[in-house]
Design a protein around this ligand. Structure first.
Ligand code: SF4
Length: 258
C-alpha cells in the first residue's frame, strides 16, 4: 500500500498523516482572471514548488521564468500558505466552486510548478492528475499545461491519458529533434530556441512542422485568442523564444547543447 500513502501525502488533503513533512503537501492556487498580457484574461493555476522535477533544466538557477519577478513572490506565498483552500486537489475543487468560471474558459495549469510526482522516482502521480482533470471537466474549462518531467514510459502513459481525455499536457522537450520525435509519436510537444532565433514557422527533415508562439511574433496575440497549446492533436510543435530576465542564460545553454 506504499502507493496509497504517497497519494495521501502529495494530494495534501485533510487525510494526510500528521507526521508528514509540510513541505511535501501539494498546494494549488486558482486565479480566476489573469492580468498577464501574453495569456490574456484566462484562468490560471499555480502549483507549489515541490511539484517541479529536480532534474528540470530550468530548475536550480537554470532560468525558470517562475523563479524570479512577481511570479516568484506569489509562488513562495503559496508554498508557505496554510489555507485549507490551497491544500490538495480538494482545496482546488473548493476554489473552482467559488470561482464559478464560464464554461469554455481557457485554463493555463502551472504558471509555476509541474504535475505532482514522487520525488524519489520522478513518477507522475497519475491518479492525482486524474483527480485534477475531473475538477476541470466538472467546471467545463479548457485546460492545458506543460511538463518537464522525465519522459519515461510511466510518465508518458499518464500524459497520454490526459491528452486523450481533454486535459492537454504538452511535453517540454530539450531540443527541436526531441520535440519532432515526440510530436511524430502523437504527443503535443514544445521546445525553446535562443532569444535571437528569428524563424516563425518551418519544417524539419522529417516533415514535422514548427510554429513559433504567435504571442511572440504578433502584436495583440494572446493565449486566449490563439489556444494552440490547448490542442492535443495539433499539427505542429510550438516553439518559444527564450525571453525574460534569464533569456541570455537560456540561450547560451541551448547553443551549447546544440
Ligand atoms: S502558442 Fe498560443 S496558446 Fe501557446 S503560449 Fe503561444 S499564444 Fe499561448
Amino acid at each position: 500500500m506504499a502507493g496509497s500513502v504517497d497519494v495521501l501525502r502529495y494530494c495534501g488533503n485533510a487525510l494526510h498523516r500528521s507526521s508528514t513533512p509540510k513541505a511535501m503537501i501539494t498546494k494549488f492556487q486558482l486565479t480566476k482572471k489573469s492580468s498577464n498580457r501574453k495569456t490574456g484574461p484566462i484562468a490560471t493555476v499555480r502549483s507549489s514548488s515541490n511539484t517541479c522535477p529536480a532534474d528540470c533544466p530550468f530548475n536550480n538557477g537554470g532560468g525558470c521564468y517562475a523563479a524570479s519577478g512577481p511570479e516568484a513572490i506569489w509562488w513562495k506565498r503559496l508554498d508557505e500558505s496554510e489555507k485549507p483552500e490551497h491544500t490538495g486537489w480538494l482545496g482546488l475543487s473548493d476554489q473552482f466552486r467559488e470561482a464559478k468560471l464560464t464554461p469554455g474558459t481557457l485554463l493555463r495549469v502551472n504558471t509555476a510548478g509541474d504535475l505532482p510526482h514522487l520525488p524519489n522516482t520522478g513518477e507522475i502521480l497519475g491518479n492525482v492528475v486524474d483527480l485534477l482533470r475531473a475538477i476541470f471537466e466538472a467546471n467545463e474549462v479548457v485546460p492545458f499545461t506543460y511538463t518537464h518531467h522525465r519522459q519515461t514510459e510511466h510518465n508518458l502513459s499518464v500524459v497520454d491519458r490526459q491528452n486523450r481525455a481533454g486535459f492537454t499536457v504538452n511535453l517540454s522537450c530539450d531540443s527541436e529533434e526531441r520535440a519532432s520525435m515526440m510530436h511524430r509519436r502523437g504527443f503535443p510537444s514544445v521546445c525553446v530556441v535562443p532569444a535571437d532565433d528569428t524563424r516563425t514557422g518551418w519544417r524539419d527533415e522529417h516533415g514535422t512542422k514548427f510554429v513559433t508562439c504567435p504571442a511572440q511574433t504578433r502584436d495583440e496575440m494572446t493565449c486566449d485568442r490563439c489556444r494552440l497549446c490547448s490542442k492535443a492533436n495539433r499539427g505542429a510543435v510550438v516553439v518559444f523564444r527564450a525571453h525574460g530576465a534569464k533569456r541570455k542564460k537560456i540561450s547560451a545553454r541551448l547553443e551549447t547543447a546544440g
